[in-house]
Design a protein around this ligand. Structure first.
Ligand SMILES: N[C@@H](CCC(=O)N[C@@H](CS)C(=O)NCC(=O)O)C(=O)O
Length: 201
């Protein structure tokens, strides 16, 4: 069977999987679902009703890092996440840091979507400060230099900053972070990124 990936277009986690599938030449069927409307197809695939979820012949994979690793080893070409050694941990560290930024950003979005009288100013401040700290740490990471080969960490960092601009325009993530700006420009020029923009209609 063709693996079926449940997605929303704006989801950064789903975007990362879509980028990896394209980069590794893995044919997938993309199914657009609305997690917040508890789409029955997504409920059947993933008990926590989140995108992405990947249906394969061997069962359903959930959680974007796991799905991306499956796509990486299934597809062609050099591994985006090295199999072992110091390189694996270098890439994994960058990927996990950028993923943590996504988590903080999603928490911030959800808090801001609550009715105004139910919003917690202290949680919003906490998620905002954490996200900014992640972006600052990424800015100083040697692994984000724009001319390095593609890897899972760089993909995740690129997905994070474009999504931050899309969902958190008030944070102005690019201000004072020229290295991340250069990384974004290099990555968004790739067909896999251009084909999966979060603001696509
Ligand atoms: N840890 C998960 C997070 C996935 C996630 O938070 N997805 C969001 C969309 S960006 C979602 O489906 N939210 C619906 C919900 O939590 O009910 C991953 O990496 O795949």
């Amino acid at each position: 069977m063709t693996p079926r990936l449940h997605i929303t277009v704006p989801s950064p986690y789903a975007r990362k999987c879509r980028i990896v599938a394209r980069e590794k030449g893995v044919a997938i069927e993309e199914v657009a679902v609305d997690p917040y409307a508890s789409d029955p197809r997504l409920v059947a695939a993933n008990p926590v009703v989140q995108v992405p979820a990947l249906e394969t012949a061997d069962g359903v994979l959930t959680d974007s890092p796991v799905i991306c690793e499956w796509l990486d080893v299934t597809g062609a070409g050099p591994l985006l996440l090295p199999a072992d050694g110091a390189e694996r941990w270098r890439v994994k560290r960058l990927e996990t840091l950028a993923n943590a930024g996504l988590e903080m950003g999603v928490k911030r979005v959800l808090e801001l979507r609550r009715p105004e009288q139910e919003r917690s100013a202290s949680w919003i401040t906490r998620w905002t400060e954490n996200l900014n700290r992640v972006l600052d740490r990424l800015e100083g990471d040697p692994g984000i230099a724009p001319d390095l080969p593609l890897d899972m960490g760089r993909i995740t960092a690129g997905v994070l900053v474009t999504w931050a601009g899309f969902r958190h325009p008030d944070l102005d993530w690019a201000a004072g972070r020229p290295r991340l700006v250069a990384l974004q420009a290099a990555l968004e020029a790739r067909p896999s990124f251009a084909d999966t923009r979060p603001d696509a209609p």
